[in-house]
Write a protein that binds this ligand. Structure first.
Ligand code: ADP
Ligand code: ASP
Ligand code: MG
Length: 453
């Protein structure tokens, strides 16, 4: 690894389960060694850590719960440290970070702030990346850890910060590029820094997106996303054992899957990859020999049905007003309220006098929620109905908007389920609809059986 110019660059991202413990990290290092073009490694927090940090960042955490949660995080780190060489150094480094975390968590219990919540959330990736670099060195790689906040500059929208892509590019050229020629750099996914010098986060699951942004900024040839399944499946393998891995999939289809809730990739991951035409590989760090899914521009086949995605915890808001009839400006008023509260709408359908909107409100989310205040403001405009307990099912494929018989095939298959709000036609890659949460798994299983058996 002494070449001064980098002929080829792969950016590799390892998710939470892939860096859950020392043995898992060792498997990742083996993967890195197998592809000498891998010079930048992006890691998530070790499995379970971010969920604990989310809790520490919330209001109303008792001192007892705080102590238990911190002890749990500490245990995960020290289970790794006990396998490392140079243990004293890493004990000190991690203790320092844990004590900063403790301070931030105490402060949060006294007075909540979204800014401090993001600071708290960042510790998982900061700890895992530091330990991962040492595992690389122990396995003979020239590993160094790099604080991504030096390059990943964002706005101050805590919990869902927006990255300055141009600045990232300039910063990578100035601060990161050169290191890659003779080192393997490990950095944090998910986190960034705003203009005030405060830590920000990019939204749950954001490490995939960080890796894609870095791959774009560094002109990488490939992005490899290593996770706990052997690629992208026809549906979430946790829902049905009939799900099977997909060999290759186009950018458009995969982007649609990610957007519609296939947790395998953060929704924004494919945007930089598509912009820069960087092929993305998704595979399992536990079973790398089993191959995975290639996401790219050109694919051999474009089947009508590719996969089914499911997004839970959807809220449907129906805003109804006779004033909408032949009136202009009503929708603008609705959206200005949502924009003021920084809420993003997923799906929309409208009729003459009503508009139905869906919102994503998953637990553990760090983003703006649909609060009572929002409902109150919408209520001043019109009649508002809020329904929870819904899931969004999206059938992903090609030409779904005009392939003959797709709608009848899909809805005949699930005719016993009550279907709400159908969206078709906005994208050629998907057809989606809402069902009751308690019917969601069954609907996906039935559809999977019909479309992929
Ligand atoms: P990581 O921690 O590596 O980022 P995630 O838990 O975020 O991993 O994503 C991987 C999980 O995504 C899988 O374990 C699987 O349950 C889920 N998943 C959802 N939809 C799909 C799909 N279509 N194909 C594969 N996995 C999926
Ligand atoms: N650790 C963060 C999360 O759990 C980011 C990620 O894993 O992608 O959401
Ligand atoms: Mg993930």
């Amino acid at each position: 690894m002494s070449s001064k110019t980098l002929e080829k660059l792969t950016v590799a991202k390892f998710g939470g389960t892939s860096v859950a413990d020392f043995q898992a990290m060792q498997r990742c290092v083996k993967i890195i060694k197998n592809d000498p073009a891998t010079r930048l490694v992006v890691v998530s927090a070790s499995s379970g850590v971010t969920n604990s940090l989310v809790r520490l960042g919330q209001e109303n955490v008792s001192s007892e719960e705080r102590a238990d949660t911190l002890a749990n995080i500490r245990k995960i780190q020290f289970n790794i440290i006990e396998h490392l060489t140079n243990q004293a150094t890493f004990t000190d480094e991690i203790e320092t970070l844990l004590s900063l975390l403790n301070q931030a968590a105490e402060q949060q219990a006294q007075q909540y702030s979204a800014k401090n919540a993001d600071e708290i959330l960042s510790f998982g990736e900061r700890m895992s990346s530091m330990l991962f670099a040492q595992v690389m060195r122990m396995e003979g790689l020239p590993g160094v850890s790099f604080d991504v906040r030096q390059v990943m500059k964002t706005n101050s929208l805590y919990g869902k910060a927006v990255v300055d892509i141009e600045e990232l590019k300039v910063n990578c050229a100035n601060l990161l590029q050169e290191k890659l020629t003779d080192q393997v750099v490990v950095t944090q996914g998910f986190i960034g820094q705003d203009g005030l010098g405060c830590t920000t986060t990019l939204g749950r699951g954001g490490s995939d997106y960080s890796a894609a942004l870095l791959a774009e900024a560094l002109n990488a040839d490939n992005l490899a996303v290593w996770t706990d399944v052997v690629g992208i499946y026809t549906t979430d393998p946790r829902i049905t054992s009939h799900a099977r891995p997909i060999k290759e999939i186009s950018f458009g289809e995969a982007a649609e899957m990610a957007t519609f809730g296939a947790k395998i990739l953060h929704p924004a991951t494919l945007i930089p990859a598509m912009r820069h035409n960087i092929p993305v590989f998704v595979g399992s760090s536990k079973e790398p020999e089993k191959g995975g899914t290639y996401i790219q521009k050109q694919v051999e086949s474009r089947p009508t049905y590719r996969s089914i995605a499911l997004r839970r915890e959807q809220t449907l808001v129906t805003v109804k007003s006779p004033a909408m009839l032949h009136a202009s400006g009503f929708l603008a008023k609705v959206f200005s309220i949502l924009a003021k509260h920084e809420l993003s709408v997923d799906l929309i359908t409208t009729s003459e006098i009503s508009v139905a909107l869906t919102f994503d409100n998953p637990p553990g989310s760090t983003q703006a929620q649909l609060t009572d205040q929002v409902i109150k403001e919408l209520g001043q405009l019109s009649q508002v109905k809020v329904e929870n307990g819904l899931s969004l099912v999206a059938v992903i494929g090609n030409n779904l908007h005009n392939a003959q018989g797709t709608t009848s095939t899909i809805f005949n298959t699930i005719e016993d389920s009550s279907v709400r709000m159908i969206c078709q036609g906005a994208s050629k890659h998907n057809l989606c609809f809402l069902v009751n949460e308690n019917q969601a798994n069954g609907v996906v299983e039935q559809l999977h059986q019909r479309l992929f058996a």
